[in-house]
Design a protein. Sequence first.
Length: 386
Amino acid sequence: MVEDYSIILGVNVAGIEVSVFGVMLALTLAIFLIVRKMNPALAMFTGVFVGAIVGGANLPQMVDIVILGGRQVVGANVRILAGGFLVGALIETGAAETIARGIVKGLGEKRAIFAIALSAMIVTGAGVFITVALLIVSPIALSVAYRANISKFAAILAISGGAKAGNVISPNPNTLAAAESFGLPLSEVMLNPIGDVLGIRVIDSANLPMDPFFVLPIGAVVGLLVMGKGGQITEFATKGVLRMAPIMLMVFGAGAIGGLITVSVFPEMIEHALYSMGIPTAFLAPLSSTIFSSVTGSTTAGIIIGGESFGATILAAGVPALAGAVMLHAGGGFLDAVPHSSGFLATQQGMKCTMAERMTVMPLEAVVGGVMTLTSVGMYLLGFWG
């Protein structure tokens, strides 16, 4: 329940209080519908509708909750829309696939595992949404695996690990969501952690402004001009934006879930539970995104819901915004490789393996994600971000 103010982002939330049962029902229903192959955005909106009404809100209040959630993620969605320009330039021209094939060819079959991981990291790091990157790299990895006589298990793990590594430095929707949740520019979440580790302060946001709203379209246009495809800028931009439309809808759905949690006592309940167990509030960042990304099957949704639900609580506990954003982002990639996630299905289809074969890789994927999450937490505890 919101006690300190009744207006959030222009939405009057006075008198709106959704029970914890309503929130849990919304999450459970959304997860069930996603697993049953309903569109993720529609599943989350349905969950919010049922959860809000059952949790004590009336119909007008339910609409206000959805509007609040939508306004919380509008900044991320505007930048995701801009990212469609770059996605169009990379995918529609075949540039992303050319990059992946070039890396594999350059490193050779003797370094096949490294080549697969590196190509997945670079394609994802260039700004391609992680699921799309997996779809691009998987067929290439399958071909290399046959020629180099390596198992599908090893190839899938290399793709997944490489994509996770690229994801944390990519100007894609996941990084955008983490930055937006803590009011940070994208460049800080992408580059400042690297600058902190290496002591390279020249790559902070003050010296290297990099808002994706203008950087990604500019990069796409320059790239297309260099490739001699300047006459097709409009065509590729349109196709790229259309590719991002389902992601934007999913982000709005996740925002609606976040809005529901915002007007409930759920965040306070979780905070008190952690306090009673002696767990610092800072750990809400990686824990929340880990839990929500695994249950929704979406790294982006997990980061958005975790950030919108607990971002203010984490900051109020004295956690630096950059530390919170990085831990939130890393946690989103911990347990996101679940059977109902798009990334899981992308690698299963791309590598032409059975569901059982694909599931055998999940424990080691969790280890990779866990190492990244623990590294971010360790850097926070060591005071890298103040």
